[in-house]
Design a binder for this molecule. Sequence first.
Ligand code: ADP
Ligand code: NI
Length: 213
Amino acid sequence: MNQSEIIAKAGTFVKQALGNDSSGHDWWHIYRVTNTARKIAEAEKADVFVCELAALLHDIADEKLNASKEAGLQKVKSWLETNAVEKAKSEYVMEIIATMSYNGGNNQPMQTLEGKIVQDADRLDAIGAVGVARTFAYAGWKGHLMHDPELPAREQMTLEEYRKSGGTAINHFYEKLLKLKDLMNTVYGKKLAEERHKFMEAFLAQFYREWEV
Ligand code: ADP
Ligand code: NI
């Protein structure tokens, strides 16, 4: 298979694997992240194939959707092997996927340009109008409240606390989303993030205006 055939096949695999997920990792999340990753990769003259393939496969390994992080990563590895992806590229993709998740902000910075790009693309999908929508969808999936004025947001937390948080959708903005703008790796990513950040601030201001009339 050539590279574009591998990309097409990865798309089909992911569509089928994540199609009905309602935790915010459905196929359309992957579609948006892959397109954004391609755009940033072209702007940054990075390896577009590695960025697209890592973006397509990144949530197959998500901890929340697998028995363990290792089990998730193994799924990605098997797919890459079955489809005879060149060893160097395959290892590159695995390295990106293994290290890119937010983990409550406790991870090391990404080491490679391609890793930085895919992480930016994933983070961009967590902010802005789509980010707002995904946050409320996720909270519903978890059975969380959208807002509880008596439950303060925590700015600092361990990975355990981050995952377990009985947190609300609104608290998630303070615990993660409003921090992402300053964590962007690439110039293009940062520019897009600033616009989306402003939208979230406007959304929150309006939300509070309506909450206490
Ligand atoms: P994470 O690395 O935080 O798990 P994901 O990309 O897996 O991020 O999360 C999927 C979507 O759900 C994202 O839009 C994310 O911002 C949102 N999300 C994650 N955790 C929460 C939460 N506790 N409350 C509301 N939304 C959340
Ligand atoms: Ni994702």
